[in-house]
Write a protein that binds this ligand. Structure first.
Ligand code: HSE
Length: 436
């Protein structure tokens, strides 16, 4: 059968890995796809030819837009990342009838609605398995494997860099900046690493997962996002004393009021599998009404793991090239005219439990005043510890876990506690999830 011609945009960490997997596993890939898959063109500004096997037989240029219009290319693989010019190039390629494979979560989370509409009109596929959780086939699992279910919620560690930093800080006592630098050297971090540490990358991915799970349009701007920069070593220790670990989670849940969409540091019971996912590994827990909880685990970033997902998408497209576009798996798992307008609720409306840490005066009546504010707000305390004063200090840390409450009530209670004369500085607050 006629080979499929692939054009690759970008030969960085993921582009280079994709090139090498397509070249190195070509025979096995052809056995699976039913025809050879050939890298015919590459557009890249910078690359290291010594790391790429078989580059001699490929046309190389530095004009990505030219590849988007090249009639010899069947599938354009966008691995340059970022919002622009990726959006313009992908739309141009779709206009020219090309199928797209991308690892670009920022592109899909922000411009996916527009891109999928354009692709549907042209009868082409935009595949994006590598955009979420690196090598884990989580998109295929949610979109196809769990298609029988009402998905109830998803909770995942979906940023490898952030998890790598948290794990190294906790286990090796390493410095934040030092671990981040290593993650960059290993090719895990985004071009702008603030996307990793501030939770934006995880929010991109969660936005995509929520749309696949609940059949809603992509709404990145509705995702609540908190990063890992505020986590202090003492919180890691106190959380462990309560039997919890701190993980940076993306959580999306369908409630009667709407859909929760939130990324933030979260205390989870240490016995949960998710609490024991360390390093660059990602894991996504999906709860379906029929199947129950299911867990997906694997490398969330890195050259070859991400390439694994990119190449799987290329094979998928090769297998379905001759099928009726109307009968292909819909981009967002549900038929485009069946997307729902269920609202994404604000963080104020979310109900969850909390970990609080505050610095209080070490004198009688302080605990009573704080407990009264919480009880007036109908917030029940699950556990509380006042730590020992050190070296004659007159202030001590007070840490507590609460039962579930609406975030709006917690915010109001925290403002009242902070206003007490006996409480100094900021109150540190993290959400607590049982994931049961
Ligand atoms: N920067 C991302 C991460 C790469 O660390 O997870 C994979 O999407």
């Amino acid at each position: 059968m006629k080979p499929i011609n692939v054009g690759i945009l970008g030969l960085g960490t993921v582009g280079g890995g994709t090139f090498n997997v397509l070249m190195g596993n070509a025979a096995e890939i052809a056995r699976r796809a039913g025809r050879p898959i050939t890298v015919s063109h590459v557009a890249a500004r910078e690359y290291d030819p010594t790391q790429l096997v078989g580059l001699d037989n490929v046309e190389i240029c530095d004009d990505a837009l030219a590849l988007a219009q090249n009639p010899d290319i069947d599938i354009l693989v966008e691995l340059i990342g970022g919002y622009s010019p990726a959006r313009e190039i992908v739309l141009k390629a779709i206009e020219n009838g090309k199928h797209i494979v991308t690892a670009n979560k920022a592109l899909i989370a922000l411009h996916g609605n527009e891109i999928f509409a354009a692709a549907q009109q042209q009868g082409v596929t935009v595949a994006f398995e590598a955009a979420v959780a690196g090598g884990i086939p989580i998109i295929k699992a949610v979109r196809e494997g769990l298609a029988a279910n009402h998905i109830e919620w998803i909770a995942g560690i979906i940023n490898g860099t952030g998890n790598f930093i948290l794990s190294e800080m906790r286990d090796q006592g390493r410095d934040f900046a030092d671990v981040l630098q290593e993650a960059q050297a290993l090719g895990y971090a985004e071009a702008d690493p603030t996307f990793d540490v501030e939770g934006i990358d995880a929010a991109h991915k969660l936005t995509i997962l929520a749309s696949l799970a609940f059949g809603i349009p992509l709404q990145f701007d509705r995702c609540y996002t908190e990063g890992i920069g505020q986590i202090e070593p003492q919180d890691v220790i106190y959380a462990e004393q309560f039997g919890y670990r701190i993980k940076h989670l993306g959580i999306t849940r369908k409630t009667e009021e709407g859909i929760e969409l939130r990324v933030h540091p979260t205390l989870i019971p240490e016995k949960r599998l998710l609490a024991n996912v360390d390093g660059v590994m990602n894991a996504v827990l999906v709860k379906g009404d029929a199947v129950g909880p299911t867990l997906y685990y694997g490398a969330g970033a890195g050259s070859l793991p991400t390439a694994s997902a990119v190449v799987a998408d290329i094979i998928d497209i090769a297998r379905t090239l001759t099928t009726d576009p109307g009968n292909r798996v819909p981009h967002l798992a549900f038929q485009p005219d069946e997307l729902s307008d269920d609202p994404v609720i604000t963080m104020d409306a979310v109900q969850t439990a909390y970990y609080l840490r505050m610095t209080v005066a070490d004198k009688p009546g302080v605990l009573a005043a704080i407990s009264n504010i919480l009880s007036d707000a109908d917030i029940s305390i699950e556990a509380m510890q006042q730590k020992e004063p050190h070296g004659g200090a007159t202030e001590v840390p007070l840490v507590m876990l609460t039962h579930t409450v609406r975030e709006h009530s917690m915010n109001a209670a925290m403002a009242k506690i902070k206003a007490l004369d006996t409480v100094s500085g900021d109150i540190i607050r993290m959400r607590v999830e049982q994931l049961s």
